[in-house]
Structures are given as structure tokens and as C-alpha cells.
Write a protein that binds this ligand. Structure first.
Ligand code: ADP
Ligand code: MG
Length: 381
């Protein structure tokens, strides 16, 4: 329903017919804080998406309009720079394309999205990927999907200053309906694994909080992991990231009661857990998969220490509820969502009871998103 309305609004505003591209948000089933340790992640593109309508202009001007921000902004293609606002996610992509030597002209662009902003579903990557694919088609650039993902990622780095990994953009572009994407963050090789369990729903509980600790602790974790690698590397020079380390190496090389030990143990275990979880999917064992999500949460909370009381409460509350197969915090931590695998027969009760418990404990409402796995980015018309 979104595309026809967007087409009409675009035609009303710009008096011409647009090309429309859809790029989805993403979830990550398992594999958290493994990306910058060159490990694996298991994201999937979802039904919530960003839609972008574009048409060429015959001058060098760019006009951008976001329906959610209800704002129209003009820019000159020869003078692009970040302005610390939503347009950076669009113009950053244009800037990347120009830096890579692609020939673009001016264009009109209208943007709309039903991905909640800042909830950890990567509304930013969806905007970038939609814009990148739309401009690729509009100007016949023939860029392959991996390069589009890198363009989108570098747009975010350079125009918004967020040093994100590649997972979000990769998932938005490479996702497939009823599949997860097993992505090797070292080689960028990927594999689609079926994830289609009728009667099982994916429910996200949004804490509605983002503690200020998030970015400083993220940098600290990266340093702690690097420190662990250098301790292991003294005895095992072939280990250049935690991706190469085993649990036995961590035990042997890092003092067992140290913070670094806990961080490294978590990452090494999480990589192993993800590989085992992929075997669960191949075996059709969603129950075993769900149990691993609880283990991931426990590792993130106790060893990696990136959870918070709100996230811990949500996972603790659902743990013993009938019909809950798995639950964990999702994303960088210190806020955002939990992801839950729930039997459809129990989902209403689980949602109602968890909302009530959250309100009672935290004094605020829980936002709930029921999501399913949809295709990655594509041109619609
Ligand atoms: P998220 O976890 O959702 O990716 P970010 O802070 O990384 O959160 O990105 C959110 C930003 O992306 C918004 O502040 C805005 O600048 C941009 N954005 C997302 N959706 C839209 C939209 N519909 N219109 C314009 N900008 C958007
Ligand atoms: Mg983002």
C-alpha cells in the first residue's frame, strides 16, 4: 500500500512519475558483538521498510522530501556536506557515488519509512540502501549489491560519523523472504539459510530507552577485545582477531578472573554458538535455536556486560512463559529491543503479560513490533 501512495504524493509534488525502491530494516537472530571481531552474524531483512521515489532533473539540483520529517530540503550536487540531520543519510550516499567516479545529475527524491527510528532495526541503513539502489537504477550505474552495501556503509561513516559495521546494509540489500543471511564479517561471504517455521512468530519488545553509556562502552569493548587478541597472539601468532581464537586459547592465555577474559570468552562462545545455531536451522530444530538465544543473552549480560535492567527484565519475564522459545537483547545494548521467538498460540498472552510487567517495573509503556522475514531491497516500479 505504501508504494501507490508514495507515487501519488511524488506526482503531486514534482509533477512527474517516479521510480520507486523499497529497502527493509533488519533484525539479527544471533551473533551479537561478533562483527568487529571478524566473526559471523545472522541477520534477516524484515517487512518494515523504507521506500524512496526518485526522478531525474535536468539541472544539478537535488530536492529531498521526507514524509515523516515533513520537510523539504534543497542541495546542490557540487556542494555536498553533512548538516547533522536526516538528509545526511541521503546526501552521504550521493557523495560516496561521486567519490567513486559515478556520473549523476540532479534529482527529486521523496522518502517514507515505517521502521521505527532508533529502535535498533536499522532505519538508517534502510534509507541509505534505498537511496543507493534508487540512484543506481535512475542513472543506469550497474553497481553490484556488495558495492552498494559498502557505499551505504561509508556514507554513514563519513556523513554521520557513526562507524557502523557492514551487517545492516548487507542485510537490507541481500535479505530474502523466509531466510536468514549467514554473513562472514571477515570475508563478506554469505549464505541464505531457510528460516520458515509456521506457527512461530518473531516479536520485538522495545524498551524505549537508550542509555548514554552505549557509545563509550562500545569503544571500550572493542579495545578490550583487541587487548585479548594481543595476549593470545603472544603464544599463537596466527591469531589476528577473536575469530581465530578458541575457548582453550582464551583459557590458556588470559587470566581467568579478568574482565578481558570474560569479554573474549563471550565472543568466542558466541561465534561457536552461531555456527551451532545454523546447524539447528538445517535440522529444523527451532527449539534448540531458541535456547541458544537465551544463552546469548546471558553471555551479553554477564560476560560482555552490555545489557541493562530494562533488557534483563524483559528476557527474565518471558523465560518461563509458555510458548516462548527464545529471547535475547538485540543490537549493541544498553537499550533498544529484545527479540523473542514465540508460538503464535501464546503470543497475545506473552505480549499482554510482558507489557504489564514492564509497566509495573519500569513505569513506562512497552512498544511491540511483530515482524516477519521479507525480501531485501528491490526496485518496485
Ligand atoms: P536506527 O537504529 O533506526 O538505524 P539511527 O540513529 O542509526 O537509528 O538512524 C536514524 C536516523 O535515520 C534518523 O534520525 C534519520 O536521520 C534517518 N531516518 C530514518 N528514517 C527516516 C525517514 N523516514 N525520513 C528521514 N530520515 C530518516
Ligand atoms: Mg542506524
Amino acid at each position: 500500500m505504501i508504494a501507490p501512495q508514495l507515487r501519488q504524493q511524488f506526482a503531486d509534488a514534482f509533477k512527474c512519475s517516479p521510480l520507486i525502491v523499497r529497502a527493509p530494516g533488519r533484525i539479527n537472530l544471533i551473533g551479537e558483538h561478533t562483527d568487529y571481531n571478524e566473526g559471523f552474524v545472522l541477520p534477516a531483512s524484515i517487512n518494515l521498510a523504507s521506500h524512496v521515489a526518485v526522478a531525474r532533473r535536468n539541472d544539478g539540483r537535488i530536492t529531498l522530501y521526507s514524509l515523516e520529517f515533513n520537510e523539504r530540503v534543497e542541495a546542490d550536487i557540487d556542494q555536498l556536506k553533512p548538516h547533522n540531520r536526516w538528509t545526511d543519510y541521503v546526501l552521504g550516499v550521493v557523495d560516496q557515488l561521486l567519490k567513486r567516479g559515478y556520473l549523476l545529475g540532479g534529482f527529486n527524491l521523496m522518502l517514507t519509512s515505517d521502521i521505527p527510528i532508533g529502535a535498533g532495526l536499522s532505519s538508517s541503513a534502510a534509507v541509505e540502501c534505498a537511496v543507493a539502489l534508487a540512484l543506481d537504477k535512475l542513472f543506469d550505474l550497474n553497481i553490484d549489491k556488495l558495492e552498494l552495501a559498502l557505499i551505504a556503509q561509508h556514507a554513514e561513516h563519513q556523513f554521520t560519523g557513526t562507524m557502523c559495521g557492514i551487517m545492516d546494509q548487507f542485510a537490507s540489500l541481500f535479505g530474502r523472504k523466509d531466510h536468514v543471511v549467514k554473513l562472514d564479517c571477515r570475508s563478506l561471504e554469505h549464505q541464505h539459510l531457510p528460516f520458515n517455521f509456521p506457527g512461530i512468530e518473531i516479536v520485538l519488545f522495545d524498551t524505549g530507552v537508550k542509555h548514554t553509556l552505549a557509545s563509550s562502552e562500545y569503544n571500550t569493548r572493542r579495545k578490550e577485545c583487541a587487548e585479548g587478541v594481543s595476549m593470545i597472539g603472544k603464544r599463537y601468532p596466527q591469531v589476528s582477531s577473536l575469530r581465530d581464537a578458541t575457548a582453550a586459547m582464551v583459557d590458556e592465555c588470559i587470566p581467568i578472573d579478568s574482565v578481558i577474559y570474560n569479554r573474549c570468552r563471550y565472543v568466542v562462545e558466541e561465534n561457536e554458538r552461531l555456527l551451532a545455531a545454523c546447524d539447528d536451522l538445517k535440522n529444523g530444530d527451532i527449539f534448540a535455536f531458541g535456547k541458544k538465544m537465551f544463552q546469548t543473552h546471558s553471555g551479553l549480560s554477564n560476560l560482555y556486560e552490555v545489557s541493562c535492567p530494562e533488557l534483563d527484565l524483559l528476557v527474565e519475564k518471558v523465560k518461563d512463559m509458555p510458548g516462548v522459545l527464545g529471547a535475547r537483547m538485540m543490537g549493541g545494548g544498553f537499550g533498544g529491543c529484545t527479540i523473542n521467538l514465540v508460538n503464535s498460540l501464546n503470543s497475545e498472552t506473552v505480549i499482554n503479560n510482558t507489557s504489564a510487567a514492564y509497566r509495573e517495573a519500569m513505569g513506562k509503556a512497552l512498544s511491540i513490533y511483530r515482524v516477519w522475514l521479507s525480501d531485501g531491497a528491490s526496485v518496485l516500479v
